[in-house]
Design a protein around this ligand. Structure first.
Ligand code: HEC
Ligand code: HEC
Length: 260
């Protein structure tokens, strides 16, 4: 509970985030590595990196060690925040996590807070990406993600079934092989923001076919879609078995009172 209170407060104050992350980033950047290799920005190198990361055998312990730098924002459980400022990433397909990290690193997603965290990661190479993505993927998902207003779910369902199901699957589970994200169980506000950003072109990495579809929807239709998708339930086996599950890999009070 302590952690949640802390997160809520922090999410309200972006100044806090900037301050906190800049301190953290400098530590991260200068602890092990000098600076991002400009060559890594080339499309071919990044594609190779994704491929190698997907083939590598992951080490979850290493994955956890790297994930501690992400937990600052995404929370130790990787459940994000209910206001959708930070998305849930627990349970996401490994391929999607790796692809999103690459895209954020390339500057294809407007994510200035997270961008600096990707530089050291990419210097560590494909094994680190494999370890990290496998770690996040196996974390249980939040059982009660935030949802929309639930007003016009039938209309939302029709829009979803006609347009989105072909890639994200009937229940929003996505497709790992195709890099289609799992969108079920995601926080409503995050989904809403992404749909608007995909429509306006602010999220530049989005699938072209999807962008064309989403552009033809008006504001209200995007709200209905976000509402419907936020209510798509992940399979029970993917969810934490109780609401106040805490990630045992982190000691209690991880954020508030680090002891090292
Ligand atoms: C300083 C805060 C911060 C840190 C640290 C951070 N993230 Fe993020 N991350 C965000 C924000 C904010 C977003 C959502 C951006 C948006 O709305 O497009 C995000 C988005 C993501 C996404 C895309 C989610 C999706 O569903 O497409 C992934 C994957 C991700 N982060 C993984 C990580 C990993 C792995 C790390 C550690 C290496 C990390 N993040 C560190 C703030 C952070
Ligand atoms: C042709 C396949 C395709 C279709 C159709 C499609 N999507 Fe997507 N969607 C994708 C891919 C691929 C991504 C990941 C894009 C990226 O960031 O690289 C994505 C990303 C998303 C995201 C962001 C997920 C995240 O975690 O950040 C949302 C939300 C989303 N889609 C919703 C929808 C909705 C709603 C529809 C229907 C109106 C739809 N999509 C139709 C392929 C598709």
């Amino acid at each position: 509970m302590k952690i949640n209170i802390f997160f809520t407060r922090r999410a309200e104050s972006s100044k806090w985030i900037t301050l906190f992350s800049s301190v953290f980033i400098s530590g991260l950047l200068f602890s092990s590595l000098s600076y991002a290799d400009p060559e890594l920005k080339s499309e071919k190198k990044l594609d190779e990196l994704i491929e190698q990361a997907l083939e590598a055998t992951p080490n979850l312990e290493q994955g956890h060690a790297i994930y501690t730098s992400c937990a600052v924002c995404h929370s130790p459980e990787a459940w994000g925040t209910p206001d959708g400022h930070f998305p849930q990433i627990a349970g996401q397909h490994k391929s999607v996590i790796i692809k999103q990290l690459v895209d954020i690193h390339k500057g294809n997603r407007d994510n200035p807070t997270m961008f600096p965290f990707t530089a050291p990661l990419f210097m560590l190479g494909p094994q680190a990406l494999a370890d990290l993505s496998a770690y996040v993927n196996q974390l249980p998902m939040v059982p009660n993600n935030s949802v929309g207003y639930g007003g016009q779910l039938a209309e939302g369902k029709k829009l979803y079934d006609d347009n989105c199901e072909q890639c994200h699957e009937a229940n929003g589970e996505g497709k790992a092989d195709e890099f289609y994200p799992r969108i079920q169980g995601q926080h409503y506000r995050y989904l809403e923001r992404q749909l608007h950003w995909i429509k306006s072109g602010k999220r530049r990495n989005a699938d072209e076919k999807m962008v064309k579809q989403i552009q033809k929807f008006d504001y209200r239709q995007l709200e209905l879609l976000a509402d419907y998708v936020s209510r798509l339930r992940p399979d029970k086996s993917l969810l934490a078995d109780h609401l106040d599950w805490k990630n045992p890999d982190f000691r209690a009070g991880f954020f508030i009172a680090p002891r090292n």
